[in-house]
Each structure stands twice: as structure tokens, then as C-alpha cells.
Design a protein around this ligand. Structure first.
Ligand code: SF4
Ligand code: SF4
Length: 204
């Protein structure tokens, strides 16, 4: 086939594709909806009563194939416990530059403390900002996820700033009726049921 023939062949391919529906989107103006189990950035969850789920056990760090999690546990203060366990995650960091978003940390966590969100825009201008500290990872009291960059246009998109994962009923005083009870809420956030009453409330 001569040069003209090749040219016609190429133009025929172009012409046949020109009027087909687009498969690409005008990102970032348009977002493609993410699948329910999309692996975005992590969040450290709270229980419905506001306590932190992380007990500082370091199992997530041990399971991480990229060695990008650093956890240091500390004993819970007796008068003002941070988590329902004996210990809580005093220091928690994830190096997002090393993370491969495999979710093995999520699998390993015994309390469903660490889960992943639908947030995926994480570009930074320096390496330091890619180390997510507990301040960025821990969900707010209302169940929303603090955004690394408050000025980011995603910072105000509520539907993206919610945590995904398991919520387990609990209360600071514990209640045998809730032992081992797990409830799934697709997008956990602040949970939509009330925590158990405290022991004082139950006994009054
Ligand atoms: S998603 Fe995988 S690589 Fe990333 S922190 Fe969790 S275990 Fe490590
Ligand atoms: S996130 Fe889970 S696995 Fe990791 S230290 Fe906290 S409780 Fe343990």
C-alpha cells in the first residue's frame, strides 16, 4: 500500500471514531464516580461515642508490605481514656509516597480503626507533606475526614469527605449485649445511631 493508501486508512480510522461517545472525562472539571470499595486515602475512625478506635497495637504496621506506617501506642489515661482499650495510638503516621493502597492495613486492624476513603487527590510540592500524621488521619468528631490541604477545592465537598468502613457499637462502660456486635454502614461517617448509655445512665 502506498503513502496515499496509508493516509486514507488512517483517516478512515479517525473518521470512524470521531462521532462515537467519549470514554474520557474533562477531569478535573468532571469527576468520575468512584466504586464503593475504592481505595483512597486512609482515615482513622472513631466510635459512635467519639472514642478513637485505634488501640496502638501496631498490627497494621506489621502487615504493611511497603513499611510505610509508623505507630506508637501509649497507655490510656485512666481518668480520660482516648480509646476503649488499654492503649491508644499516640503517634500514627503513613508515608503516602510509599503506600501502594493495598488495604492490608485495613485487613489487619482488629478494631476497624483504619479504613480508606474516596479521596484520591494527594499531590504535594514536597515530600514532608506526603507524611500524613494523626492530625490529618483521625476523623473529626462529626465523622468527616480532615483534608490535608484546607484550600483544596475538594476540602468542601462533603460527599467525598466522609469515612468508609465498619462501625462497631460500643460505649466507654462496655455492655455485654453489644459484645461482638458489628454493624455495616457503607459510608460510616459519624454513625447514625446513638451510642449505648453510660453505666451511670443505665443505673439511674
Ligand atoms: S494500604 Fe497497603 S501499603 Fe498502604 S499503608 Fe496500608 S498496608 Fe501499607
Ligand atoms: S490502626 Fe488498627 S492495627 Fe493499626 S495500631 Fe491502630 S488498632 Fe492496631
Amino acid at each position: 500500500m502506498g503513502v496515499i493508501g496509508e493516509l486514507v486508512k488512517g483517516l478512515r480510522v479517525t473518521g470512524s471514531q470521531m462521532f462515537k461517545p467519549r470514554v474520557t472525562m474533562k477531569y478535573p472539571a468532571v469527576f468520575r464516580e468512584k466504586p464503593e470499595r475504592f481505595h483512597g486515602r486512609h482515615v482513622l475512625n472513631r466510635y459512635p461515642d467519639g472514642m478513637e478506635k485505634c488501640i496502638g497495637c501496631e498490627l497494621c504496621a506489621g502487615a504493611c508490605p511497603a513499611h510505610c506506617i509508623y505507630v506508637r501506642g501509649a497507655d490510656n489515661p485512666a481518668d480520660d481514656p482516648v480509646s476503649p482499650g488499654e492503649r491508644y495510638g499516640f503517634v500514627y503516621e503513613i508515608n503516602m509516597l510509599r503506600c501502594i493502597f493495598c488495604a492490608l492495613c485495613v485487613e489487619a486492624c482488629p478494631t476497624e480503626a483504619i479504613t480508606m476513603t474516596h479521596l484520591f487527590e494527594m499531590s504535594t510540592a514536597n515530600r514532608e507533606d506526603a507524611i500524613y500524621t494523626k492530625e490529618t488521619l483521625l476523623m473529626n468528631e462529626d465523622g468527616s475526614v480532615p483534608h490535608m490541604f484546607p484550600n483544596d477545592r475538594l476540602a468542601n465537598q462533603d460527599e467525598l469527605l466522609v469515612a468508609d468502613g465498619w462501625v462497631r457499637a460500643t460505649a466507654p462502660s462496655g455492655n455485654a449485649a453489644y459484645e461482638g456486635v458489628k454493624m455495616w454502614q457503607g459510608t460510616a461517617g459519624p454513625a447514625d445511631w446513638d451510642p449505648e448509655p453510660s453505666q451511670e445512665e443505665r443505673d439511674s
